[in-house]
Design a protein around this ligand. Structure first.
Ligand SMILES: Cc1ncc(COP(=O)(O)O)c(C=O)c1O
Length: 447
């Protein structure tokens, strides 16, 4: 690290600040599948940054689009004004979205996309004269960003406990992770679809379905360690929502843009939500941007409810549809298409799956779960030190093996750029396997 770097002032998000600053892990450049560190090492990116650089880093066409736009028009308001790129970006996104979801509300990240979708859901019922529907249902271990709406429907204790009661009228489904029955599943787990029945049998029975506005779920729960929906589970949630007029929101902030080998998880599962939240891969993470993709008739309900020249929806951000983000999104959609990256991810997924499951039987590995280009490796924790084993693996991977992995608790979560090659998949899983063996050897020596 350059000795001149002062790390005091940046309060880092979701980071053990003191640990980091005692030996900073600094990235200074990126290209394709790799980062370059400040000490000149190449690091294979096993996490697409944070589940976001799906087309690989610094894609030249995306870089060029941003550079050109920055020189042409830096900013234009979209409150009572407009600029063409915002409309073009919305059309490009609608073109790859599931049929019928074709109205796009832009924001700046995943958290804002979630809060926007929740507000659309509440307001939609109200503009239709169904204002009793004010309850929102999320899921345990769900991650929906860090806005107050997102942490309310989210199900991660650490993200909620310091911040008071958040939103009223929220409840949560049980998450479907069941290692006892589903360990080392290849793809979707066999067991657990019946957990979806609790939505109707417990939550709706308790609250009265007529008071529920929306259910929000990640089709694949990512941030809390890759929790896959059991076979038939999402279909059941959709059926219950249909039965009671409840909107189904898919938070596809990580599953969108080819992560499962299809444009969206909705396409992969053949389950159509009423709204999709997305961000990250929308611009290949080159410029912050999020969006909610909305069923047309939901949008149209707002249009027909408001008077002439009246604002139909009192919501928006200064940077909604920002020109740089819009230019990046248009270029990113074009890259996904011209390079056929979603199909490429689907074609790579079987190799990735085999490599992931090669870790079965290695020390501490209690589950491997995978889908598309996502994999979770759950480790036995060190007694009395939750998270320590995986965090140590993360550090060793970074400093000694030249690969970037991500951990949450004692789960390693992998989500490489969709351009990953078989040899790089081997490098990634070999590095993790070697680290686990070394950890085991060290713990045996200590014992
Ligand atoms: C499913 C999901 N929703 C929302 C978010 C929040 O996105 P952001 O960090 O861009 O606000 C994330 C971030 O990882 C996510 O995984």
């Amino acid at each position: 690290m350059p000795t001149t770097l002062n790390t005091d002032h940046f309060w880092m998000p979701f980071t053990a600040n003191r640990q980091f600053k005692s030996k900073p892990r600094l990235l200074v450049a990126a290209s394709g599948m790799h980062y370059t560190t400040d000490d000149g090492r190449q690091i294979l990116d096993g996490t697409a940054g944070l589940w976001c650089t799906n087309a690989g880093h610094c894609h030249p066409k995306i870089v060029e689009a941003i550079q050109q736009q920055a020189a042409k028009m830096d900013f234009a308001p979209v409150f009572q004004m407009g600029h063409p790129l915002a409309f073009e970006a919305a059309s490009a996104l609608a073109a790859i979205a599931p049929e019928g979801l074709n109205r796009v509300f832009f924001c700046n990240d995943g958290s804002e996309s979630v809060d926007t979708a929740l507000k659309i859901a509440l307001a939609y019922h109200r503009v239709r004269g169904d204002g009793l529907r004010t309850r929102l249902i999320g899921r345990e271990r769900g991650y929906h960003g860090v806005g107050f709406g997102g942490i309310a429907v989210g199900g991660i204790a650490g993200n909620r406990k310091h911040f008071g009661p958040t939103l009223a009228g929220v409840d949560h489904l049980r998450h479907p992770l069941d290692i006892a029955r589903n360990a080392f599943s290849h793809g979707l787990p066999e067991h657990g679809a019946e957990i979806a029945d609790e939505f109707e049998q417990r939550l709706l029975a308790l609250h009265d379905p007529a008071t529920v506005a929306a259910l929000i779920v990640e089709p694949v729960q990512g941030s809390t360690g890759v929790i896959l929906p059991p076979k038939g589970y999402l279909q059941k949630l959709r059926a219950v929502c249909d039965k009671y007029g409840i909107l189904l929101i898919f938070d596809e902030v990580i599953t969108g843009f080819g992560r499962l080998g299809a444009p969206f998880a909705a396409d992969y599962f053949g389950v159509m939500p009423d709204m999709i939240c997305c961000a990250k891969g929308l611009t290949n993470a080159s410029v912050p941007m999020g969006a909610v993709i909305v069923r047309q008739d939901i949008h149209d309900a707002f249009m027909s409810a408001a008077g002439e020249n009246a604002i139909e929806f009192f919501h928006g951000y200064t940077y909604t549809g920002h020109p740089l983000a819009a230019a990046a999104a248009i270029a990113t959609m074009a890259v996904y298409k011209s390079e056929n990256l979603f199909d490429r991810a689907a074609a790579t997924a079987p190799y990735f799956e085999q490599a992931a499951h090669s870790l079965k039987g290695l020390p501490f590995v209690k589950d491997v779960r995978n889908l598309g280009l996502v994999c979770g490796i759950e480790l036995e924790p060190v007694a009395g030190k939750p998270g320590a084993r995986a965090f140590d693996a993360f550090l060793k991977c970074f400093w000694e093996k030249g690969v970037l992995i991500r951990t949450t608790g004692d789960i390693i979560a992998l989500s490489p750029p969709l351009i990953i090659e078989p040899g790089q998949i081997d490098q990634l899983f070999t590095a993790i396997g070697d680290v686990l063996k070394e950890q085991h050897a060290a713990s045996s020596t200590v014992a």
